[in-house]
Design a protein around this ligand. Structure first.
Ligand code: AMP
Length: 219
């Protein structure tokens, strides 16, 4: 199994859920740049550039690359320097990022350890899932509205809330900026490196996970 698993996929494709499963199953580190950015945005010691960069999230746009590198590479160093594998979840969303990450992996002698794995989903499905999604305020578990009656988390009983950027206007923008059209150059980039696979994200969580395990075992 490759040491660097890069999960690609449109918003709402289930990357986050699958990244957690892979990390648990294989004792890999899990780096979600979305989570790192949301954690950063709760801090009170941000400088003006960071505050400005984080504002992009509320419009459904990508935050500037420099902030992604700062957060993701610091987190990745901790795992990779201890020889642990890493699942990158939503951490690479444009070609410049793909190139700079590749240089980072090269610097760690891990350039041949990369697998980009897309959890594929049509944009229309992405829209439906995001506008119906609920997140547990306590444990971060993700639910479809229909599967969360009573508004409480099935795992821990915590209150379910909507993510701030899951409202309709921001979702439309996110799909435009991070959906299938935006993913195409990334698919090409990793196909050219013989490091691309895809699974069908329309299936159930367990099915997608099984598909992923099959791909991982073959690499
Ligand atoms: P996510 O939780 O993965 O859906 O990400 C939430 C938001 O964080 C995205 O809509 C972007 O604004 C921002 N973001 C997360 N990862 C990246 C990235 N690799 N590059 C740029 N922006 C990102």
């Amino acid at each position: 199994m490759k040491k660097i698993i890069i999960l690609l996929g449109p918003p709402g494709s289930g990357k986050g859920t699958q990244a957690k499963i892979i990390a648990t199953n294989h004792s890999y580190g899990h780096i979600s740049t979305g989570d790192l950015l949301r954690a950063l945005s709760t801090r009170h010691d941000l400088d003006a550039d960071e505050t400005k960069a984080l504002r992009e999230m509320s419009f459904g746009r990508l935050v500037p690359d420099w902030l992604i590198y700062k957060l993701a590479f610091a987190a990745a160093d901790q795992y990779l320097n201890n020889n642990q594998g890493v699942v990158f979840d939503g951490a690479i969303r444009n070609i410049s990022q793909a190139q700079v990450y590749q240089e980072y992996f090269f610097g760690k002698n891990l350039a041949t350890e990369v697998l980009a794995l897309e959890v594929s989903l049509p944009d229309a499905q992405s829209f439906l899932r995001l506008t119906e999604r609920k997140i547990c305020r306590n444990c971060g578990a993700i639910f479809a509205l229909a599967s969360a009656p009573g508004g409480l988390c099935a795992n821990c009983g915590g209150a379910l809330i909507s993510r701030a950027d899951d409202n309709i206007d921001v979702v439309k923008k996110r799909i435009q900026e991070q959906g299938n059209a935006a993913l195409e150059p990334l698919r090409e980039f990793y196909k050219n490196q013989n490091a691309y696979s895809a699974v069908d994200g329309r299936a159930t969580v367990d099915d997608v996970s099984r598909q992923i395990e099959t791909v991982l075992a073959a690499t």
